[in-house]
Design a protein around this ligand. Sequence first.
Ligand SMILES: Cc1cc2nc3c(=O)[nH]c(=O)nc-3n(C[C@H](O)[C@H](O)[C@H](O)COP(=O)(O)OP(=O)(O)OC[C@H]3O[C@@H](n4cnc5c(N)ncnc54)[C@H](O)[C@@H]3O)c2cc1C
Length: 612
Amino acid sequence: MPHIELKDAINRSFDYVIIGGGTAGLVLATRLTESADTSVLILEAGEENLDDPLITKIGLYGQTFGQEKYDWCSMTVPQVNADNTVFPWPRGRILGGSSAVNFTAWNKPSKEDIDAWEKLGNEGWNWETLDKYISRATTYTPPTLSEAEHARRGTPRVFKELWAKGPVGNGPIQISYPPYRTDLDVKIQQAIQGLGYPVAPAPLDGNPNGVTIGAMSVDPETVERSFTGNAYWKPNSARPNLSLLTGAVVHRLVTTETDGELVVTGVEFFYKSGGGEAYTARASKEVILSAGTLRTPQVLELSGIGSPEVLQKVGIPVKLALNGVGENVQDHIHSTVVVELKDDVQDETYDVLRNPGEAEKNMALFTKAQGLYTMGINTFLYAPLPALSDKGQEIISSARKEIEAGIAAGKYPAGLADQYKIVLENIEKVPTCEIIVFPGAFGGKNMPAPGKKYYAFVAALNGLFSRGTIHVTTTDPAVPSAIDPHYFEQDIDLKTHREVMKFCRKLAGVAELKEYFGESPQELNPGPSVSTDKDLEDYVKRFSSTTFHPIGSASMLPREKGGVVDNKLRVYGTKNLRVVDLSIVPLHFGSHTQCIAYGVGEYAADIIKGLA
Ligand SMILES: Cc1cc2nc3c(=O)[nH]c(=O)nc-3n(C[C@H](O)[C@H](O)[C@H](O)COP(=O)(O)OP(=O)(O)OC[C@H]3O[C@@H](n4cnc5c(N)ncnc54)[C@H](O)[C@@H]3O)c2cc1C
């Protein structure tokens, strides 16, 4: 029963109602309905657009941003520690959620980053277990290259050995390597190694520190996006026990109380118009919130589940006091160093596609899985700060002193103090910093010049100390919650960002890359006027961006430490409400996030089935 009509959603009861047909939500729905006896209704705010080129074609990065057909078009509140800059926070509002609009980079965190969740009090949430579930979601198809091609690309030994193992797994999401590779990408990988950085010893197996050749969530045959919409939903959409209503925006849970605990009997939603009449879908077993880090806390708070202080301020009666809702929000952030390529460089970059004729030519090539739209993002460097900057140790020591004194003085909430202790323990081991090498102009203050080609060195921070909030400001479900990531509230975040930008400049200027960037690289962004440490700090406050990885707004932690869900993803104080999306992640990790959303969805399915 693929799509159902409104009347079918409201006239019967389902075992499980899942709010949000995004990344984790569709994984869960598909796995639960493997048993024909289990009925699931998915309520998804967006629509199904599985064959839309803006979704399927990798290389059209970011073109869904700001379009309500695909994007929630969320913005942060002005960031007081970043010159009151307001930052866009795109999220997928479409079947498949953010997996339908993401940049398809596929990488995994370090073992230590995930083991930290178990140390925070979440039994069973460690690298070994989560990686098992991530693997269940994927089929990994390495490239098969001739020896000559390996030699041309200088494929590092680690990758030759990894790729020689052949395909791994048989999960729905296809992981492969984009076929198109510029010579410059290979040169940059070698230049990074020339600076003393190793190739990551176990890039997808728990130790990503070092240079990595990026995998992507793309189908190796078609080089199209592989995501929950086409990989989990589509092949299973004919199941009679799996129902989907799109255009359904949930705003509230319907609850009663039994033995001092909330029981959720259904959910209220608006259909299509985004306002007007509210309808109710009923669940006989459980309701599961998979609306993502931005929207899951909104539904909880509008239902009277949250911090009494927050709820009372906007006039929502408190049904369940849970102070952690909408707290502990963590993000990744980046800025870019964009350098112009010399006019005689033959390598093509995404910049070429700004010419409509070239875009059309490459779109035709794409139908044969060729051309620039198959280029993807190939080169990544993961490292802790001291490996990138000679000021790294000093920055960390000063932060350590301040935070340890703060912990001793009881300055931080208990849950955060526990996080900081683990972060400080791991900070010189795990990749809190990342350089993404992007073949084309990307981000920053100045626009690219017509006819010019560029490379962007993306300086990304993956271990922010600042903690933010996402809270409702009104009872009106049509008004988005206030997103306040508190960017740069902790000074270490700003200093680290500055140093990673400096590393990107250093890399662009190495001798091995002069044939591409010239004797003294021409910088589009930040540009030569941004030269001192202070200039760089001022620049990143205004021109950095989210890396689209928010987590934590319904954290899995002990209740007395600000937790919203327990290790079985049950919302504390409720009998039959769970959260299954990235809002449950209690502490951020040094990789892109989609792998974890898949792992959480798969793990949750086994938990609910009683298998884990
Ligand atoms: C632009 C962008 C680029 C990214 N690039 C990468 C990348 O290259 N690599 C990587 O690993 N990760 C990337 N990510 C991150 C990754 O895609 C997300 O972390 C992950 O998909 C989040 O999964 P989720 O299940 O938590 O939420 P989502 O996938 O966002 O799912 C939430 C779903 O709930 C729906 N919903 C929300 N509220 C309601 C409501 N009230 N009623 C009904 N439905 C609702 C939404 O429409 C959505 O479908 C990117 C993300 C974005 C946005």
